[in-house]
Ligand binder design. Structure first.
Ligand code: ZN
Length: 143
């Protein structure tokens, strides 16, 4: 699934499923860099593929270190024809919905959207005109 939008773009904060109560929680990276990162530990060991961060949940109060499993942990995600469409947060999901709904106007959205770098990577599976209505309904069920 990593090919979908490319991991290096995964900066926090991200809306994730709370490990404590299954409600929506917020994940943030402790180092402020997009994941995964290369980390050097205090002992000099290099961890090339690190997904550590913090999760905070306002629903149950859970606050702890969390190793991100993406897009499995994503709050905003759906399966469509064997691929996973995900969004970091509600704002990104709204932009993806606008993009999918736009049809012929997509090029214009790509040029102006603050999420353009994600939009250009959405797999063609999610952009077929014949699937548009089905997909938009799936997106609407997430919100
Ligand atoms: Zn929780």
């Amino acid at each position: 699934m990593s090919s979908i939008y490319d991991h290096p773009l995964l900066g926090g904060p991200l809306a994730i499923v709370c490990p404590g109560c299954d409600e929506q929680a917020v994940f943030s990276t402790s180092h402020g860099k997009p994941l995964p990162v290369r980390l050097r530990t205090a002992t000099g060991e290099v961890l090339p593929d690190n997904w550590d961060g913090q999760v905070r949940c306002s629903a149950c109060g859970h606050a702890a270190r969390h190793v991100l499993d993406w897009p499995s942990d994503a709050w905003f995600k759906l399966d469509h024809r064997g691929e996973t469409l995900w969004a970091r947060d509600a704002e990104m999901l709204a932009e993806i919905r606008r993009f999918i709904a736009a049809g012929a106007e997509r090029q214009a959205i790509k040029k102006t959207s603050s999420h353009a770098r994600y939009l250009v990577r959405i797999p063609s599976t999610f952009l077929k005109a014949t699937d548009r209505e089905t997909l938009l309904r799936k997106i609407d069920r997430l919100t």
